[in-house]
Design a protein around this ligand. Structure first.
Ligand code: HEC
Length: 453
């Protein structure tokens, strides 16, 4: 039966035998693990389409409802937290895998004639991916995304001549607001996906048409065993994709996606931080004095982007061995190292949000609960600590202790904090166990209870 469907389709389209032929095409000997990153990216892109679509069915792209819709998704929609976590973590992982894929291609000199266009499509895809990251960052409309976008769009304003115009084009008005959100959303779900599909089709078509460039040195003689795409390479591709998929799923379940308090345009003391893939640039800006800032915000990234895009025309010799192309490989190495160091420095010098100095959790502690506390994480901690074995929230749990469904409107944060750390403080007979946890955990737990109005 299956065979008849195959034959029927093949007779009319020729697709089946074409696919089969592709599957069994021999690859150059020496193609192996480093070549599996491309299909891993394809896999991650599919994950993003599926999770992105699912998120879009619930998300409301207006300042009044965006945050609430995400909160609702996190708290009340079954698996909502995981779907959002998957989208969040895949976005980060895909940037890393794309970078490695690009680096691999560069080291192998695979962008050289006749593969210049494959390379250019690929670099285009990399920029599209960064565009996804930048526009997606704003959508949850929490403090982090709001202030990150304020700064991100300000960077665009530093472009000579057209800067102010670009700023207004992105924001839709003078400030980041409702118009910015709908613009970013439209770009994120309408424009970029189509660009992605277009560039990806071009890229894949050329990869298939030209075949892989293979390793730089021909493996000859004894080493030259036949290396068909299926099953050899397909197996390696699957292992890598499944491995990355498992990591992303683990992070989505264990950590989830962050959600800070709702965006507050009046909170000008908030210290904005971009997402990690823009951190290196952000760190670089700190070393540049005011007048030279444009070097970091505009000149370097633009020149770098152009050089990357036109690399096949800058390095035209047919030589592919990395050690015989010291300039290209050297510059790539230094740049990669520079980005890695700047990112690491920025990560470890994480400035504290004002008021974020969390006091040590001792039983007498009465310190304020910080604004940076994360109720979503708190909800998870509530589950981890099995508070539900004695408390009911919205019908869930055991009624040994009082119901906590509306505890946020009955008790203030200071009380909740004291009670969680030392239940005996107001009731020496309390049977509730004291909670021993790092201050951040206590704060998040309290933030969660505070949110139960
Ligand atoms: C062994 C059962 C038990 C567990 C587990 C437990 N509690 Fe309680 N909790 C109680 C009881 C009983 C009371 C009410 C009597 C009292 O004040 O001690 C209470 C009171 C509270 C109150 C005060 C409610 C109010 O408005 O009066 C809060 C808040 C609270 N618990 C939070 C938590 C949190 C958070 C956890 C998990 C870290 C937790 N509880 C775990 C039994 C428990």
């Amino acid at each position: 039966m299956l065979k008849r469907i195959y034959d029927w389709t093949d007779e009319r389209t020729g697709l089946v035998s074409m696919a089969e032929e592709e599957m069994h095409k021999p690859l150059p000997p020496g193609v192996g693990w480093p070549f599996s990153l491309g299909s891993a990216i394809l896999f991650l892109v599919i994950v993003q389409f599926v999770t992105g679509f699912t998120l879009a069915t619930l998300y409301a792209p207006t300042p009044d409802h965006a945050y609430a819709s995400i909160q609702y998704l996190e708290r009340n929609v079954p698996y909502g937290r995981i779907v959002r976590g998957l989208h969040h973590w895949t976005a980060s992982v895909v940037v890393i895998v794309m970078f490695l894929h690009l680096l691999r291609t560069l080291i192998y000199g695979a962008y050289k004639r006749p593969r210049e266009m494959t390379w250019m499509f690929g670099v285009g895809l990399f920029f599209v991916m960064l565009g996804f990251a930048f526009t997606g960052y704003l959508l949850p409309w929490d403090q982090k995304s709001y202030w990150g976008t304020v700064v991100g769009t300000e960077i665009a304003a530093s472009v000579p001549l057209v800067g102010e115009y670009v700023l207004r084009l992105m924001r839709g008005s003078n400030d980041v607001g409702a118009l910015t959100l709908s613009r970013f959303y439209a770009v994120h779900v309408m424009l970029l996906p189509w660009l992605l599909i277009g560039l990806l089709s071009g890229h894949l078509f050329l990869v298939r048409k030209l075949g892989t460039a293979g390793p730089w040195a021909e493996h000859q003689g004894e080493n030259a065993r036949p290396n068909p795409f299926y099953p050899n390479q397909v197996f390696k591709d699957m292992v890598v994709a499944v491995g990355i998929g498992a990591f992303v799923l683990y992070m989505a379940i264990q950590v989830g996606a962050p959600l800070e308090p709702v965006a507050n345009p009046a909170a000008t003391d908030y210290i904005p931080r971009p997402e990690w893939y823009f951190l290196s640039l952000y760190q670089l800006l700190k070393y540049l004095p005011g007048r030279l800032e444009v070097v970091g915000t505009f000149i370097l990234p633009t020149l770098g982007g152009i050089a990357l895009f036109f690399l096949p025309f800058l390095d035209r010799s047919p030589e592919r061995h990395p050690l015989k192309r010291p300039w290209v490989v050297g510059i790539a190495g230094v740049t990669t190292l520079g980005i890695a160091i700047l990112t690491a420095v920025a990560m470890f010098t994480n400035p504290k949000q004002p008021g974020a100095e969390t006091p040590v959790a001792d039983p007498t502690m009465t310190g304020p609960v910080t604004a940076a506390a994360d109720p979503v994480r708190g909800k998870k901690l509530y589950e981890d600590f099995a508070c539900g074995s004695c408390h009911v929230i919205s019908g869930q749990g055991n009624a040994v202790g009082p119901e906590l469904t509306h505890v946020g409107s009955q008790r203030d944060a200071a009380y909740l904090k004291k009670k969680t750390i030392n239940p005996k403080f107001d009731n020496p007979e309390s049977i509730m166990p004291p909670t021993q946890a790092p201050p951040k955990d206590i704060d998040d737990l309290v933030a969660y209870m505070e949110s139960l109005k």
